[in-house]
Design a protein around this ligand. Structure first.
Ligand code: AMP
Length: 186
């Protein structure tokens, strides 16, 4: 069993994990973190909720993002508002020792004005539900043009919920050279 340091995670992230009581990587973290840290390749992970999959993709993402740039570099898409909020909460906790790194969350069923304001703070990482992200792209509040990473969390669920058209629109707006990480339970 490797520690998070041995998997290649930087000290600022390892220290934040230790403060959260997270010291022993789960199986998906053991398998995914070294690969995701090491390459710009696309990746498919099979993992259920509760296996630590958010950290499996979130930690490499937080390590890869350039905190000195204020372009949106990574988008994490999730099927529901609850999941999007949970992911954002975890990413904020994991990145607490990287104060210049901003994570914001946008989702449907809530006022868009506050979300527009949040995006004006230029977060490098945005967690979103697909419909609301398309709305914000159409309003030109956020651009996908400089994205390095797209994470599709619970991709199977997003398709089951009928988000195919929104996903196609979002992905069509992203650069061809981006890296895509797809996580699915089935
Ligand atoms: P997830 O499967 O990503 O929804 O994570 C479920 C919960 O487990 C979250 O509260 C995480 O913060 C927590 N967690 C993630 N990785 C670990 C780990 N290696 N050890 C203990 N708890 C963890």
């Amino acid at each position: 069993m490797n520690t998070f340091s041995e998997l290649g995670l930087e000290p600022r992230l390892v220290d934040a994990l230790t403060d959260l009581g997270i010291v022993k990587p789960t199986q998906i973290q053991q398998e995914a973190i070294p690969i995701l840290l090491d390459s710009m390749q696309d990746f498919i992970g099979l993992a259920q909720t509760g296996t630590g999959k958010t950290a499996a993709f979130g930690l490499p993402l937080l390590q890869a993002v350039n905190e000195d740039s204020n372009t949106c570099q990574a988008v994490v898409l999730a099927p529901t508002r609850e999941l999007a909020q949970q992911i954002a909460e975890q990413l904020k906790n994991f990145s607490k020792n990287k104060p210049k790194l901003k994570v914001e969350v946008v989702f449907g069923g809530a006022a868009i004005t506050n979300q527009i304001k949040a995006l004006k703070a230029k977060p490098q990482v945005v967690v979103a539900t697909p419909g609301r992200l398309v709305d914000l792209i159409n309003r030109k509040v956020i651009s996908m043009k400089a994205l390095d990473y797209v994470v599709l969390d619970e991709a199977d669920e997003m398709l089951n919920m009928g988000f195919k058209e929104e996903l196609n629109k979002i992905l069509a707006d992203t650069p061809a050279g981006k890296t895509t990480w797809l996580f699915s339970a089935t």
